[in-house]
Design a protein around this ligand. Structure first.
Ligand code: SF4
Length: 242
């Protein structure tokens, strides 16, 4: 007969029990519901030219929205159209996009990306992507030089109305704290895990609400857990209480 284990089961602390209960209950659907209650719902209205979204997202890498917006406006005022960027002196492009930071890196990258689009399509009209299955459209964009998963997802979601999830620093941080993805996941791993959890119609609100929440409440340095509408179900709710 097998000997019965005689050691007592370890007692779990109250906070461990609380955290387990929170981890079991929180789902993306619940997160959207609670954050919609806090920040209001926003209709998903895809707008804009996909090539403009592509250029703007490239400019937004490692800088704020206001800086990348200024760089984009200067680029448009300096060059009459995207075609004129193909053979432009890269130093001129660099100067135009200076407010967006990292101009010496972004200018040649942007020019290379635009040249590749032109070589493949003979135009800058990317609306054909809307007629492709999501994964094929994503793969087409990602095969362009300098286009990573977040940039491709921004073009698909915001300009083309396709349910691709951009995982930026806020989405990634909040998803980790909520226990939706592992603490050690990379943004790319987080995207692989999160997107399949969402219904297509949930992708936009999930992205927007997590960004809002990351900026206003669940900030990197000082999360305001005491004011957070997710606190009673968040497994990390203690971090902002100290
Ligand atoms: S309870 Fe704290 S850690 Fe959890 S989502 Fe809210 S602010 Fe972030």
């Amino acid at each position: 007969m097998a000997a019965r284990a005689t050691s007592k089961p370890k007692r779990r602390s109250a906070s461990t029990k609380r955290n387990s209960a929170r981890q079991r209950t929180l789902t993306p659907t619940r997160v959207i519901e609670l954050l919609d209650g806090e920040y209001g719902t926003l209709p998903w209205r895809p707008a804009g030219d996909p090539i403009a979204e592509l250029v703007l997202t490239l400019l937004s890498q490692n800088t704020s929205d206001s800086n990348s917006g200024r760089a984009f406006i200067r680029l448009l005022s300096e060059f009459p159209d995207y075609e004129s960027l193909l053979d432009a002196d890269v130093k001129r492009i660099e100067k135009a996009i200076q407010p967006g930071g990292l101009a010496p890196t972004k200018a040649p990258r942007m020019q290379e990306m635009l040249r590749e689009v032109w070589n493949r399509r003979g135009s800058f009209d990317l609306t054909f992507l809307k007629d492709m299955p999501l994964d094929e459209a994503r793969a087409w964009l990602r095969s362009l030089p300098g286009v990573g998963p977040k940039t491709a997802a921004c073009v698909l979601l915001f300009a083309l109305g396709m349910p691709a999830l951009p995982v930026d620093t806020h989405v990634h941080r909040v998803a980790k704290r909520l226990g939706l993805v592992p603490e050690k996941s990379t943004p790319e791993q987080a995207f692989e895990l999160l997107e399949p959890m969402l219904e297509p119609k949930q992708v936009y609100p999930f992205h927007i609400q997590l960004i809002k929440h990351g900026r206003r409440t669940c900030s990197a340095r000082k999360p305001k857990c005491g004011e957070c509408p997710l606190a009673s179900e968040c497994p990390s709710a203690e971090i902002g209480q100290s």
